[in-house]
Each structure stands twice: as structure tokens, then as C-alpha cells.
Write a protein that binds this ligand. Structure first.
Ligand code: ZN
Length: 78
């Protein structure tokens, strides 16, 4: 407990796409961290990387690749 360094936010998360566990909204990790989930404001993900990790998933098992690429285009035009 004495000399533990402060936890650092991993920058490698950068442009990782994630889906909200509740509403399945897909955005980048950065977008979730900056704006949270518009449909689930009670998650309070803004500026809290742990809540983003807990409230979203990088696994899109519910999406087929066509829909995912469409969503990625949406993200890129934002
Ligand atoms: Zn959501």
C-alpha cells in the first residue's frame, strides 16, 4: 500500500470501438469516455474510464459484419 504508483489510463485504447452493454450503442472508447452513452446517462461514463470499461464491451457478437462496418462509417463521419 505504500509506494504504489497512481493508475495510468492506457492510451492504447485509442480508437477501439465498443458497444454499450445496455442499449448496444457503438462508439469509440474515446467517445464513451468524453460523452458517455446518450441513451444511458445514468452510467455516468464521462471521464471515468473504469465505468466505460464496465458499461461497454469490445465484443460485437450480436452484430453481423455488415452492420458493424456501417456503424464504423457512422463513427468516422462524426
Ligand atoms: Zn447505452
Amino acid at each position: 500500500m505504500s509506494n504504489a504508483p497512481p493508475a495510468q489510463i492506457p492510451t492504447s485504447f485509442g480508437h477501439e470501438l465498443r458497444a454499450c452493454l445496455r442499449c448496444r450503442l457503438v462508439k469509440t472508447y474515446d467517445q464513451f469516455r468524453e460523452n458517455g452513452c446518450e441513451n444511458c446517462p445514468f452510467f455516468s461514463m464521462e471521464n471515468d474510464n473504469e465505468r466505460v470499461v464496465e458499461g461497454t464491451t469490445p465484443n460485437f457478437s450480436g452484430y453481423d459484419s455488415l452492420k458493424l462496418s456501417y456503424l464504423q462509417q457512422l463513427v468516422n463521419t462524426c
